[in-house]
Design a protein around this ligand. Sequence first.
Ligand code: ADP
Ligand code: MG
Length: 469
Amino acid sequence: HSKVKYDSFRKSFYVEPAELADMTEAEVDELRLELDGIKIRGQDCPKPVQKWSQCGLPAQTLSVIRQLNYDKPTSIQAQAIPAIMSGRNVIGVAKTGSGKTIAFLLPMFRHIKDQRPLESQEGPISLIMTPTRELAVQIFKECKPFLKALNLRAVCAYGGSPIKDQIADLKRGAEIIVCTPGRMIDLLAANSGRVTNLKRVTYIVLDEADRMFDMGFEPQVMKIISNVRPDRQTVLFSATFPRNMEALARKVLQRPVEIVVGARSVVAPEVTQIVEVRADDAKFHRLLELLGELYDTDDDARTLIFVDRQESADSLLRDLMRRGYPCMSIHGGKDQIDRDSTISDFKNGVIPVLIATSVAARGLDVKQLKLVVNYDCPNHMEDYVHRVGRTGRAGNIGTAVTFITEEQDRYAVDIAKALRQSGQKVPEPVQKLVDGFNEKVKAGKEKASGSGFGGKGLEKLDQERDLAR
Ligand code: ADP
Ligand code: MG
């Protein structure tokens, strides 16, 4: 890059409107909470906007938004647009359907319009990468009404369709390319590099980054990005932000602002949560009952059983096998290849029952997963919500059964909280544990806020992540 002479360019266009400048920090916190619980990490993030008129967008863009009947920015848009318009590298995490596309498109148009027009032979200014053809087409379609109004051109490029059409499109010139990483690499190499190039790219979008990562596109993405000038603006959007994606994000985004919408999500209403107070020696019998009931009616169902430690996973595995349940286990003691093949057997239904520790089951997404059993009680709320959330995904229904022992009264506090927050009743025996624990705290026999308890779980995880950074 040091040998290439790049044009200078602008990425900061945002001026905070006066009505926002007057807001106090407390008011901003309140607003973020109202906007589906926006959470920020990273320094100097602008305040969220509430209206389109506060975004600093040109009149032509605003008029298209009006035609589309988009009344006001969605939560992710409200926070991501001012951040991107300020020139920041942004990681935006919000659930599917929350309007992430518009969040990166509108600032992108502003960014492109600020630059001198493309000359012949010049490649795109903006590069949008996405894992699948369907997503590329979807984003391309969302661009369309704006392209006309702003006099910009976009090309959609993905594998599985004739490359020569895409080459022809690119040769005519386009400020924007929406592509899958594999096809982008093919296009960059086509006709010994005369079809397109990355010299004018100053804005990169990685959309659905979690899926891109899951589908193994990281090497291609890295290869492309490393050929783009380092002072570019990069934004990454995703429905989830798994820990193993952070390394990639760190490599491609400098000093990012991380915006997470709905971070403190509660358990989905599709999950029926059952919490039972059980002594350790009564758990196994109850587990067999639960499995019996489930597999009597649904032999394609999958069950995920959580335990605390590696050794418990292995011993429960032996006991269940003896009872005729084909099962496997995943935990930190197994290598990644082993874990991957176990998860794939579980997904394919080769084994219906999987025993896991929390960490090993992060991000697990299996449609037929009907039953989660917390054989060992999770010790803080975030872990509970995460474990239980392995079922009831994408509109499917599921059940989560949690065993808690009399001695684990301190965990009951968080579990009761999770139940209440997701609108479910706290069963009486569990409430008794909570009350009992609170009595002990009052009497000075227990400390209320030991590490990881009393709703501190998420914050603790956040701290760990910040430290890892
Ligand atoms: P995501 O990428 O977060 O899954 P999309 O960007 O695909 O979500 O948006 C989902 C739908 O919401 C799209 O049909 C889009 O046109 C619409 N949409 C986006 N922003 C707004 C808005 N501010 N108001 C109303 N609808 C919107
Ligand atoms: Mg999307």
